[in-house]
Design a protein around this ligand. Structure first.
Ligand code: FES
Length: 179
């Protein structure tokens, strides 16, 4: 490292994340969905949000066939469930890239260069908020605050946290990740 004080600091090593299961290897298992449904006291719509969150934690997004099943089980309409999904930005309707790139866009990170980082990601991978690059390596999501403003600008890539990022190193950091 040329200048350790300015170097972005991975809190965990990217190699660990590189061993994650590739998204395409994750099959939609309806038994798993049923098990998740059964983990709630009843098929009541009052559990819709935690149910969707659990499903997304499992599959990384909300597959169409799973949504259909939830609609039937909770007896809710398509309009109702899609109303909820589109209102809460954390839900994804399409399969994300292998790594979720969470770029902090809170005030401290914004001032310290988050927009420059976003610009570099756009140039290199052609992704904006909520978008996945053509190779399905990264899905970019903006966060309102990642809870470590003293280390702004912050980003979390997969399971790795980076702080004090030099915006000019945005792409070199990404190059630690591959499909
Ligand atoms: S504003 Fe980025 S970590 Fe708080």
């Amino acid at each position: 490292m040329d200048n350790p004080e300015n170097e972005s600091t991975p809190e965990t090593v990217p190699e660990e994340a590189a061993t994650e299961t590739a998204p395409e290897e994750k099959k939609i298992c309806m038994d798993t969905v049923c098990r998740i449904l059964d983990s709630f006291p009843s098929r009541s719509r009052q559990f819709l949000l935690p149910l969707l969150s659990k499903i997304q934690n499992e599959f990384r997004y909300l597959p169409e066939e799973v949504i259909e099943l939830v609609m039937r089980e909770l007896k809710i309409t398509r309009a109702e469930i899609f109303g909820v999904i589109s209102f809460y930005h954390q839900y994804r309707m399409s399969e994300p890239g292998k790594y979720i790139y969470r770029l902090c866009y809170g005030t401290a990170c914004f001032v310290k260069g988050a927009p420059i980082m976003a610009e570099k990601l756009k140039e290199k991978y052609n992704i904006g908020q909520g978008e996945t690059d053509a190779t399905k390596l990264f899905t970019l999501e903006f966060a309102s605050c990642l809870g470590n403003c003293g280390a702004a600008p912050m980003a979390i890539i997969g399971d790795d946290s980076y702080g004090n990022i030099d915006p000019e190193k945005t792409i070199p950091i990404c190059e630690n990740y591959s499909l």
